[in-house]
Design a protein around this ligand. Structure first.
Ligand code: ADP
Length: 532
């Protein structure tokens, strides 16, 4: 026997339909890089999305085809998400901060048919074009002859594609660990469940009263799902195509921003700006801002403290591209109101609890499920309907038989279920919310004449959360110094991968199988202090 309720597949197009129907006049604002402000609303974005779907359909694209975007945050980018999904396709948001090599790999691997980009990226796109094997259409968002003409040519009489809720709708690559970047292919169903969970008070606390400024880019982990959850809640969105603190601060004040979300780094520059504003006798307040969600890297205590002392609640989130990305969220505890501010800050410094929808466990060093005792640390695993099962085009699942996905993070679980990240086993460095592969850095560094072996580790940094430091062993008799190694690297890596320091040692610690023992190396250099 089956239940006798209506049988609706959960489809992402229901989100944009809902937002347009019930919150059609709620504003969607874009502050473009040239300083101009453009105002649309949910009805306008839905109309553009429908016309884009119609255009993609006219291109002869088929269900499941991938539409790539290479763009900053703005309302046309939002329309592109829904437009790509609306005809049955998959929106693939490409991280603009990757190297050419990775970008080419990713777009060919994804077999993107359309590439939509901001005019500012024209030089990059020109470089990539000869190598992109599957892209048939290039569309420039901020060009009246390109995106503008495409929209103008559609009459908007188009019905969204229907289908199964397990159809794919979005593709995000993660390039954290070694090897090629890996794609995570979200479903309509996983995205909808995640969006519905996200609006809850204990997660993003979204409602039609919220004015949300997502600082997290639309090309990072599905922008934490906010473009979907924002539609489900009917929020006012404010997008900024650039992320400088003075611009964001202006928007917070002028647009009545109540909610914001992003990696820690951005708040440090904001504090610097606020101090300067205050010294100059200008408005250094945060206006109506009441909830800031910080994630992607550990939020430093000082940052949480400063925001909370200015009356803004901070929610500390943990997640991964593989988890849609919400894994945990630091909502207030039941006894919140009885805690002192200092105790509340203690709570927020940890990574929070799982929402309904996902499960967590920690596996200790002997392979057993660790007790939730706040001390036993181990491998953090997660499972649930918005957690990855298998990477895009991989030939095997990336989870065990019980669907547990190993995150590569090390953590403890406290008795109340609060999760606290304590370390990372995956060999990567996260700087300003972006990954640096330590293995790749090491491989390049050992090509430097005079270097026998090198290990790259992440060292805490006041501005970037972590910065790479290279620990090297010289070849016998080699005459080489820090400056020479840096000069060698400068020609081979992008600027922001440059180790803050190159230090020399007589030998590196090794595991039994001859690999560099990163945990030991990190321990050895734990007192190293990097300047901001
Ligand atoms: P995102 O783009 O959301 O940062 P990634 O998949 O690139 O997602 O990175 C996920 C990884 O970032 C996690 O496995 C963890 O190592 C780190 N991370 C994310 N949030 C936090 C946090 N709040 N505290 C500490 N580390 C975090």
């Amino acid at each position: 026997m089956q239940g006798s309720m209506q049988d609706w597949d959960l489809r992402v197009t229901q989100l944009i339909d809902y937002a347009a129907r019930e919150h059609g006049t709620r504003e969607i604002v874009t502050r473009w890089a040239d300083g101009s402000i453009e105002r649309s609303n949910w009805a306008g974005v839905a109309d553009e999305a429908r016309k884009l779907s119609q255009a993609f359909n006219g291109f002869g694209l088929e269900k499941g085809d991938r539409i790539a975007t290479f763009a900053m945050n703005h309302h046309r980018h939002l329309a592109a998400w829904y437009g790509a999904i609306g005809f049955g396709g998959v929106i693939h948001t490409v991280n603009i901060r990757l190297f050419d090599e990775d970008l080419i790999y990713i777009m060919n691997h994804a077999e993107d048919k359309v590439l939509m980009y901001d005019a500012a990226f024209q030089p990059v796109i020109e470089r990539l074009k000869p190598h992109l094997k599957t892209v048939e259409h290039y569309i420039i968002f901020d060009d009246a002859e390109s995106y503008g003409a495409l929209i103008a040519a559609q009459d908007g009489h188009y019905e969204w594609a229907t289908g199964d809720e397990r159809d794919p709708c979005m593709l995000c690559y993660t390039s954290g660990t070694t090897g090629n970047p890996k794609g995570v292919l979200y479903q309509h169903r996983s995205t909808m469940l995640h969006a519905m969970a996200e609006i809850a008070p204990a997660i993003f606390d979204l409602s039609p009263q919220a004015a949300l400024l997502p600082i997290v880019p639309m090309f990072h982990a599905a922008s934490w799902g906010l473009p979907f959850a924002g539609a489900a809640a009917g929020v006012k969105f404010v997008f900024s195509a650039t992320n400088e603190a003075p611009i964001l601060h202006r928007l917070i004040l002028d647009e009545g921003i109540t909610h914001s979300a992003g990696v820690p780094t951005v708040w440090l520059s904001m504090f610097g700006h606020l101090d300067a504003e205050s010294a100059a006798g200008r408005d250094a307040s945060l206006g109506k801002l009441r909830l800031v969600t910080i994630g992607g890297s550990a939020a430093p205590r000082g940052m949480i403290e400063r925001l909370m002392k200015s009356g803004v609640r901070v929610s500390h989130a943990w997640g991964m591209t593989e988890t849609s990305p919400i894994g945990t969220m630091g909502a207030p505890t039941p006894n919140w109101d009885e805690l002192t501010l200092d105790e509340q800050i203690d709570v927020v410094c940890k990574q929070g609890r799982v929402p309904f929808g996902v499960e967590l466990r920690v596996i200790d060093k002997d392979g057993n499920v660790a007790p939730r005792d706040g001390v036993t640390s181990g491998a953090l695993q997660i499972r649930g309907p918005w957690v990855i099962k298998r990477y895009f085009k991989a030939d095997a699942d990336t989870v065990d038989a019980e669907q547990w996905f190993d995150t590569g993070d090390v953590s403890v679980l406290h008795p109340d279920g609060t999760m606290q990240i304590t370390d990372r086993v995956k060999d990567v460095i996260k700087s300003g919310g972006e990954w640096i592969s330590s293995v790749e850095l090491e491989n390049i560094a050992v090509g430097c004449p005079g270097i026998a072996e090198a290990g790259a580790i992440g060292i805490p940094h006041p501005k970037w959360d972590e910065r790479p430091v290279l620990i090297a062993v010289k070849k016998p008799g080699a005459d080489i110094d820090e400056a020479a190694v840096k000069a060698y690297l400068a020609e081979r890596i992008v600027k922001w991968w440059m180790p803050d320091r190159v230090l020399f040692v007589d030998e590196l610690p090794h595991t039994g199988t001859g690999k560099i023992q990163k945990v030991a190396l990190r321990q050895q250099f734990k007192d190293l202090v990097l300047e901001g």
